[in-house]
Write a protein that binds this ligand. Sequence first.
Ligand code: AP5
Ligand code: MG
Length: 214
Amino acid sequence: MKLIFLGPPGAGKGTQAAGVSAHLRVPHISTGDMFRSAIRNATPVGLEAKKYLDAGELVPDSVVIDMVRERLSMADCQDGYLLDGFPRTVDQAVALDEISAPDAVVDIQVLDERLMDRLTGRRICEKCSGTFHISKLADEHICPVCGGAVYQRDDDQPETISVRLRAYHEQTEPLIGYYSGQDQKSRPGENRLKIVNGDLKPEDVFRAILATLE
Ligand code: AP5
Ligand code: MG
């Protein structure tokens, strides 16, 4: 199964990808996580990407597409993948169809007014990488699962979130048309889009995703 999770910042792509990738036994590939790791390790891609992530803007297509092409050529992706946060432009989607076309695209939909609180409240465990909302933490500094320290992503500040939401609406939302077969560049007669309501409890979103893939 080659699968994509589409949806705005804070829709729950990462939260759901953890469970769904384990269930389907395919690697979870998050381009955002790949960039953050490249920035930590000060690789050439990291140095190039940092200014875009800090600003909340999209990294140029050529950089992202080369990175994903290399990742999808690895042995663990030959039987499938779950891509989270890629593609994010129609040109990235066209490139992916040439590299390794997805079978299904799940669009996790959540209204903008819910997303600001989800993102400003997000905390991540530096030890187990678990993602939590601050309202669910008994101690706002400690991971409830493993006891590790939790941190906030640099781009989870209100001003940067607004830029990310605008980038989503302008550059990524048109992919709904691309994958449902409505875009000029769509593959003729093909509808690979599945829509899931992301404004439910996480376990209900998980069930809805599996149901739509059956
Ligand atoms: P990326 O890391 O992909 O960030 P994003 O798309 O902005 O999405 P998020 O990771 O913020 O949200 P999510 O949907 O994963 O939500 P989560 O599950 O964590 O990209 C970062 C940057 O990298 C981009 O801005 C860009 O610069 C660059 N980049 C990456 N890919 C690129 C590409 N293809 N092209 C160009 N540039 C690229 O959940 C969020 C919060 O909500 C958490 O607190 C969570 O606990 C909570 N939550 C989750 N589910 C629920 C629920 N059902 N109900 C209530 N709360 C929930
Ligand atoms: Mg994410």
